[in-house]
Design a protein around this ligand. Sequence first.
Ligand SMILES: [Zn+2]
Length: 194
Amino acid sequence: MLRFIMKLFKRTTKSTKTQETTPAPAPKESRLLYDAPKPDQASMVAYYGEPGDESKLTTFDPPYPMFLAWDTDTPVTKIRCHAKIATPLELSLTEIRDVLGLEYIDAHDLDLYGGCYNYRNSRNSTNLSTHAYGAAIDLNPDDNANRTPWHKDKIDHEGYASMPLEVIEIFEKYGFKSGARAWGRDAMHFQFTQ
Ligand SMILES: [Zn+2]
């Protein structure tokens, strides 16, 4: 119910969209603003420290109202992640708010938070997940599930994930890897690795 009220509120809030046209994308390398480590275990530990070390974590306020994806009446008051990804993550979400706008966030359910730090294995192997380092975030998991295929020409089509390309490109600009782009599935997932 609370989220419904917040959504009504958001609909009456003027969109902060500031950009009407998207310039032609530059080569990906030149758009990376932050350098992420390689995704292998040794590089991850060298960069982040041991997974599960909560002394390495920090929190920040979500730049736009978010709700727990599994309990959509519950607002997310803090995002808890590794200190080394806090700046690029906050900048990514802030750019989503400022460039795409609150109506867009609402329409694509980008306010449904699927978690960040979580000491657990990857869903697809016995290796630890990048979430165990606090180095990944999930957004709108219900429409972008781990096994749901994502294809850039079939976004939000029947049977396909909904994560918009422009959201993926914002995360990529700040150095994140998108599950959608990397694996064609797990489109909820953005991790701060190469
Ligand atoms: Zn994830």
